[in-house]
Design a protein around this ligand. Structure first.
Ligand SMILES: Nc1ncnc2c1ncn2[C@@H]1O[C@H](COP(=O)(O)OP(=O)(O)O)[C@@H](O)[C@H]1O
Ligand SMILES: [Mg+2]
Ligand SMILES: [Zn+2]
Length: 546
């Protein structure tokens, strides 16, 4: 019968254990000094050795030569523990035995001396799944444990273990195993199994586990079942739904070239070749993560689970992008990934997501703009993602606007040019105000309302109180006039005008208008309007009043 590799190659001693050096050193020392606790919590990612170490610990404690950090491996205790049928080592899967009854049974069981060996060891897997009542029962036992009882709680979610329990246990954190170590282990096991695997295949298997030895070994099982005795990188990658660097580099190239068409090609290729879009997206997240790490930490680095040659390629690509862009893309790709999991239209979601990546690269960081405003200097011309200049006629820099000054919404289509000259002041004023309101230029609309308007052949004069002048000079007024009159005219603003203050501005009185004027004249506001000609000041509020 075929025994899965993970079980066949379970380490039987600390010497065979990969990684987890701190755990190992602490436990070895404690045993050597005969300081044995009644409760242990082994916490960490799955497949990193929690159950394995719990069993090794059991061996250390119950070996006929023990307690010893170096169990003999030959006595019946050692052998039975390896086979999982030692009478005094009780393994409980809390995922299926999580209730109070099981814990009561356990409490009963704890009270009896070990049937043969020194200690009675309870290994509770998935311990975070135990119910509250059951935890309470366990707590009673941990508060006054019989001298022979040792509990090992294994969990991937240590934070779900109640503090009352945790404080009575020694905690150990199991870490994911380094890429290089995993590759070595895969090579060893392949050799022992008579499997020929090329370096790339070994690297892919190690990557597939994401730090979990068990997951890498399961991937190896799968590869052997599918590809036989000879494993090659591309085959294994295809089998596991992993993507080659080339595929992912295409996405980077589309970003660098600022090419939506290339992005859509990528989505189409994936779908046409029947690839799983979600896997792709997961790989894309990892890719951006690795690019970012390469950028920040430099390569080669332990932080990236990839062979040196692959890391060099990552570094080369990362060099062409900015850290902020990579960060944003990582964030977006994570979003796409989570959306894709629930999507009924994965292809559409992916396409949209890929385009979002592209557009996000063109955003100019708001910090830069604000920094430039504060410093008085002009911000650098917006760069495209790759640092390449904006293509001629390209979209203007988009930016995430701060809450206070929102860019104008998409303009309504221009009103058809008026059929003849304006009939008179009254109707021109109304139409102009309406047009400005439609543009969301409320301040200018008020100002127009408050003015007396005189129209001549090539100019329109607004006579208004000084407080309205700024709003009348806003470019919106010119635009609205052009819309209403169907031709370009000069805007003249002059003092005077008999019209009363507009009703709405009356809310705050004249001081309010003065404050607005001062705000609008502020150099930073002006500069902002220059930089973002489409932006509009909708409202000026005195923060001290609010
Ligand atoms: N640190 C490790 N060193 C060597 N092999 C490991 C390690 N962690 C896990 N394994 C392999 O994975 C299998 C499952 O490990 P296990 O200890 O049950 O993981 P966990 O309990 O952390 O989920 C083991 O049988 C072994 O083959
Ligand atoms: Mg386990
Ligand atoms: Zn022994």
């Amino acid at each position: 019968m075929y025994q899965v590799l993970a079980r066949k190659y379970r380490p039987q001693s600390f010497a065979e254990l990969l990684g987890q050096e701190p755990v190992r050193a602490t436990i070895e020392n404690a045993i050597a000094q005969k300081r044995i606790a009644h409760g242990y919590i082994f916490a960490g990612q799955r497949g990193t050795g929690k159950t394995t170490v719990a069993r090794i610990l059991a061996r250390c404690l119950n070996c006929v030569e023990g307690p010893t950090p170096h169990p003999c491996g030959r006595c019946s205790s050692c052998l039975e523990i390896a086979q999982g049928n030692a009478p005094d080592v009780i393994e409980i899967d809390a995922a299926s035995n999580r209730g109070i009854n099981e814990m009561r049974e356990l409490r009963e069981n704890v009270r009896y001396r070990p049937s043969r060996d020194r200690y009675k060891i309870f290994i509770i897997d998935e311990a975070h799944q135990i119910t509250n009542e059951a935890f309470n029962a366990l707590l009673k036992t941990l508060e006054e444990p019989p001298e022979w009882a040792v509990f090992v709680l294994c969990t991937t979610e240590a934070h779900k273990i109640p503090a009352t329990i945790a404080s009575r246990c020694q905690q150990f954190a199991f870490r994911s195993v380094d890429f290089g170590v995993l590759v070595g282990r895969m090579a060893e096991i392949c050799r022992a199994e008579g499997i020929e695997a090329d370096d790339e295949a070994l690297a892919v298997l190690a990557q597939a586990g994401e730090g979990s030895v068990r997951d890498s070994l399961s991937a190896l099982d799968q590869a052997i079942a599918c590809c036989g005795q000879r494993l090659t990188g591309p085959e294994v990658r295809q089998l596991l739904g992993l993507y080659s660097l080339e595929t992912l580099e295409k996405t980077a190239a589309a970003l660098e070239g600022n090419s939506p068409a290339a992005m859509l090609e990528i989505a189409a290729d994936l779908e046409n070749s029947g690839r799983n879009l979600q896997y792709y997206c997961r790989e894309l997240c990892r890719y951006f993560r690795n690019l970012l790490v390469a950028k920040i930490a430099g390569t080669p680095t332990r932080l990236i689970a990839a062979p040196a040659a692959e890391q060099a390629r990552l570094a080369a690509v990362a060099g062409r992008f900015r850290e902020e862009d990579l960060t944003r893309w990582l964030q977006i790709s994570l979003d796409i990934y989570s959306q894709l999991q629930y999507s009924l239209q994965p292809r559409l979601h992916l396409e949209l997501g890929l385009l979002r990546l592209l557009y996000a690269g063109r955003l100019q960081p708001i910090e830069e703009v604000i920094g430039a405003l504060a410093g008085g200097g002009a911000p650098a011309a917006p760069e495209t993602a790759g640092g390449a200049k904006q293509p001629a006629g390209g979209a203007p820099a988009r930016m995430a606007a701060p809450a206070a000054v929102r860019p104008a919404p998409v303009r309504p289509p221009a009103a058809p040019p008026a059929a003849g000259p304006a009939a008179g002041d009254g109707s021109l004023k109304q139409r102009l105000t309406a047009s400005l309101e439609a543009m969301n230029a409320g301040m200018s609309a008020h100002a127009v309302e408050a003015s007396e308007i005189r129209e001549s052949a090539n100019a329109v004069e607004f006579m208004a109180p000084r407080s309205s002048h700024l709003a009348l000079r806003a470019p919106d007024v010119g635009r609205a006039l052009e819309q209403v009159l169907g031709r370009k005219v000069k805007v003249v603003v002059s003092e005077g005008g008999g019209a009363a203050e507009p009703a709405r501005a009356g809310q705050g009185g004249p001081e309010r208008n003065e404050a607005a004027e001062r705000a609008l004249e502020h150099p930073a506001v002006r500069r902002f309007q220059e930089l973002f000609p489409q932006s509009q000041v909708r409202e000026v509020r005195n923060l001290r009043e609010d």
